[in-house]
Design a protein around this ligand. Structure first.
Ligand code: FES
Length: 102
């Protein structure tokens, strides 16, 4: 069952091409805006736990600021490195951005 929790207000969400690190009930989330579409993924890079929310957007990926592994915002995959981060379902409701952290 989904557990929707508030991440931030819509107006606080990153602008297109930007990412930010946020916390929702103890879960660290990387919130990205790719061409106007928001997406949420686990904030911690599976390589050496770099903070993806301090990285950047490149194409359809969030790039880790430490060693530049890029994770697709739709799948969480980094095919070149056979790595993956969890993607959190996301929705906006009543002016808030909500994520399902289950
Ligand atoms: S910690 Fe993310 S690429 Fe190395």
């Amino acid at each position: 069952m989904a557990q929707w929790v508030r991440l931030c207000a819509v107006e606080e969400a990153p602008q297109p091409g930007k990412v930010m690190q946020l916390e929702a009930q103890g879960v660290d989330v990387c919130l990205a805006n790719v061409n106007g579409a928001l997406s949420a993924m686990d904030n911690w890079c599976p390589h050496r736990r770099g903070p993806l929310g301090e990285g950047w957007v490149e194409g359809d990926r969030v790039v880790c600021p430490w060693h530049a592994w890029g994770f697709e915002v739709t799948t969480g995959n980094c095919p070149e490195e056979h790595a993956h981060v969890d993607i959190f379902p996301l929705k906006t409701e009543g002016g808030d951005v909500l994520v399902d952290i289950t």
